[in-house]
Design a protein around this ligand. Sequence first.
Ligand SMILES: [Fe+2]
Length: 407
Amino acid sequence: MTDQITDPTPTGLTEGELRADLTLEQLKELVGLVEYDASRDPFPVTAMDSIGFVVGNATQTAGFYQLALGMDLEAYRGPENGWRESKSYVLRSGSARFVFTGAVDPASPLADHHRRHGDGVVDLALEVPDVDRCIEHARSVGATILVEPHDETDEHGTVRLAAIATYGETRHTLVDRSRYHGPYLPGYAARSSAVRRGEGHPKRLFQAIDHAVGNVELGRMDEWVEFYNKVMGFTNMAEFIGDDIATDYSALMSKVVASGNHRVKFPLNEPAVARKKSQIDEYLEFYAGAGCQHIALATNDILRTVDLLRDNGIEFLDTPDSYYDDPELRERIGNVRVPVGELKRRRILVDRDEDGYLLQIFTKPMGDRPTVFFEFIERHGSLGFGKGNFKALFEAIEREQDARGNL
Ligand SMILES: [Fe+2]
């Protein structure tokens, strides 16, 4: 084992991070990156490679994410380049890459998948330095191998790929793209955005993926925590939410697992028994099973990001005025980089722990079903996930749930 595994490039940054002009210092701040020794890791993971979504209309979804979330189109695969089943659009913001796929052929299994689950995340793809080693380990501890390791090649080089199953119908594709220089994967053509942004619009509204949260069925959280411990060598982070954090209606339990370098962090939620239907139960019902609940996107200026996203029509969960005015809460928040009034005006939440603080805000569900949504997060030392905000957040979610008649 060489240092190359801890240092994806000689600078310690991934190709995607380098292209996004990110520095190690920024990443430590942005996503809580830590140094670690990969030599004893049975399943070394470099970073998130991409997040794959299946949607009802990838063409329009790709347009929406360019227009509203400021992402750039990078690559495309579809009937025009010989792939008749579906259309896939690859979008990027900083080191974050999303792939939106929609069925073209009515007989495609993707169409069935979409009928069952609606728009959602199907693949939390991971960049790894050694696909075969990961699969060998995963198999030895009983993981389900969905795609065996194999090469795919085109004029831009060769990628090594495999995939393992995780919760619900979600998978982790494993990608080693160290011998590949194309826009995304073999079969994809480079394609750039036709969107022209106005003067003064920043280059991007977010820089990286901070974490991806899974909702799993009642009683199965520990099973999935163990899966990530055993199969992927992920360790448990300190943040833990037991059934002590609950409102009268919504309750959940949550634990967080992370890859060695903390570039990849997966909180896992399960519903806790409560008087009324919890937000996790609502998700499980409308997604028809376990799946990815939200993706947190790291920004270094959440105020500007939120202002621009709102201007672009993105809707966020509301937070009661009491959240900002409550003296106990003000005390807990302490000093943050802007006056609390600036946060209140934008409904941005604050959480603090012994390491520092974080600012965060949650969008409403992105699609028709009350399932996947986004979080925007600006970290200042805190490695947490906003545990202190759960109660305030639940109350806001419940008002939405109530308006949909699902409480
Ligand atoms: Fe989160």
